[in-house]
Design a protein around this ligand. Structure first.
Ligand SMILES: NC(=O)c1ccc[n+]([C@@H]2O[C@H](COP(=O)([O-])OP(=O)(O)OC[C@H]3O[C@@H](n4cnc5c(N)ncnc54)[C@H](O)[C@@H]3O)[C@@H](O)[C@H]2O)c1
Ligand SMILES: O=C(O)C(=O)C[C@]1(C(=O)O)C=C[C@@H](O)C=C1
Length: 310
């Protein structure tokens, strides 16, 4: 590691959050190239930023980083060359970070086609705590609640399909990775969990009082906010023109749809079966490179009798 680090212009630390500080400390003891930039990809930023401040700069500059991309999968098998494309990549420079170092790092990261955003490390942890870490806790808690019911009656597992799967994918994330993330952001998460308790408390009160209007309003407000979120920020740039098609359970149906589009010279860029029902290809998601292809595909599929929608 010393040999590689001492020749490097850039060093990225890509280990679990709990290992970051010890690597940064080791690297700080090496004879790094003048101007070397050290960054990381950890999901929390305040603790590694504090460690870097303590170690000081010497030859190198540390700039924390966090690509908001990835999935519940880990290991090299989960890597793809387009992982960061169109994703937001957060950098957490300090007021003392030399602007030219930040420019060199962003120039390098541009090749990933991610959108670079800068914010300070503490604010990062507050925001990402709310939009990433809290949802992971909620998903895990929910799955464990249902897992306990299922011990008494296996029907829970059998019937758990659409909604449950949608909200719990991230409950399959790597336990050790998430142990580190939650522990390193525990102050923020404790505050967020208290707010979460209030949020669930509001639902308890609405149910106790059979407050139909209140429940409707809660769904209306959440739907409104959620519909403002871009459908798909990361992944392949070209897959943002998407439509959904209900596919009946007939052999060869997917091939037929693809062939019909091909016959009309409509270029598919991606195709995904959304598994909402066991053993039934429920919904097909088709992606195109242009709005024109998408509109043409929807019109053609409707003409052929399929239910196609944006
Ligand atoms: N998975 C995501 O969605 C995601 C997204 C953004 C950032 N991150 C962050 O990226 C970092 C890596 O996560 P990942 O999802 O790529 O996980 P990963 O398991 O795919 O990669 C972690 C790598 O670190 C290695 N490793 C573990 N302990 C080590 C040690 N003590 N010394 C040296 N190597 C060690 C593992 O062998 C593995 O190759 C974490 O800090 C995580 O918080 C993850
Ligand atoms: O989509 C997922 O599976 C993720 O967990 C990705 C996700 C997120 O919560 O958005 C998880 C952790 C990372 O630090 C960044 C991205």
């Amino acid at each position: 590691m010393r040999e590689a680090a001492e020749q490097a212009d850039f060093i990225f630390l890509c280990v679990p959050v709990g290992e970051l500080e010890s690597y940064l400390e080791q690297i700080a003891g090496f004879d790094l190239k003048p101007g070397c930039i050290i960054s990381d990809v950890g999901s929390t930023k305040a603790s590694i930023a504090a460690c870097a401040r303590k170690l000081g700069n010497r030859n190198a500059v540390f700039i924390g980083g966090h690509p908001m991309a990835g999935s519940e999968r880990t290991g090299v098998e989960a890597a793809t060359s387009i992982l960061f494309e169109n994703a937001f990549y957060v950098l957490t420079p300090e007021p003392s970070t030399p602007p030219e170092a930040l420019t060199r790092l962003t120039d390098l990261l541009k090749h990933t086609r991610a959108h670079i955003v800068t914010v300070d490390a503490e604010k990062h942890d507050e925001i990402v705590g709310a939009i990433s870490h809290l949802p992971h806790i909620i998903a895990v808690a929910l799955v464990n609640q249902i897992r306990r019911y299922n011990e008494q009656n296996g029907l829970y597992e059998l019937l758990a399909a659409g909604g449950f799967r949608d909200i719990t994918r991230i409950a399959s994330s790597d336990p050790a990775l998430w142990r580190d993330i939650l522990i390193h952001n525990r102050e923020v998460l404790l505050r967020l969990m208290r707010d979460w308790n209030e949020e669930t408390g509001r639902f308890i009160r609405m149910l106790e009082q059979a407050d139909a209007a209140g429940i409707e309003e809660a769904f209306r407000m959440s739907g409104e906010f959620r519909s403002r979120l871009p459908e798909r920020r990361k992944g392949m740039i070209h897959s943002i023109y998407e439509c959904y098609i209900d596919v009946p359970d007939h052999p060869g149906i997917i091939g037929r749809i693809a062939t019909e589009l091909g016959n009309r010279h409509i270029n598919l860029s991606n195709l995904q079966i959304i598994e909402s029902r066991e053993e039934v290809p429920g919904v097909l998601r088709l992606s195109f490179r242009t709005q024109e292809d998408l509109d043409h595909a929807i019109a053609s599929l409707k003409e052929l009798g399929y239910t196609a929608r944006y």
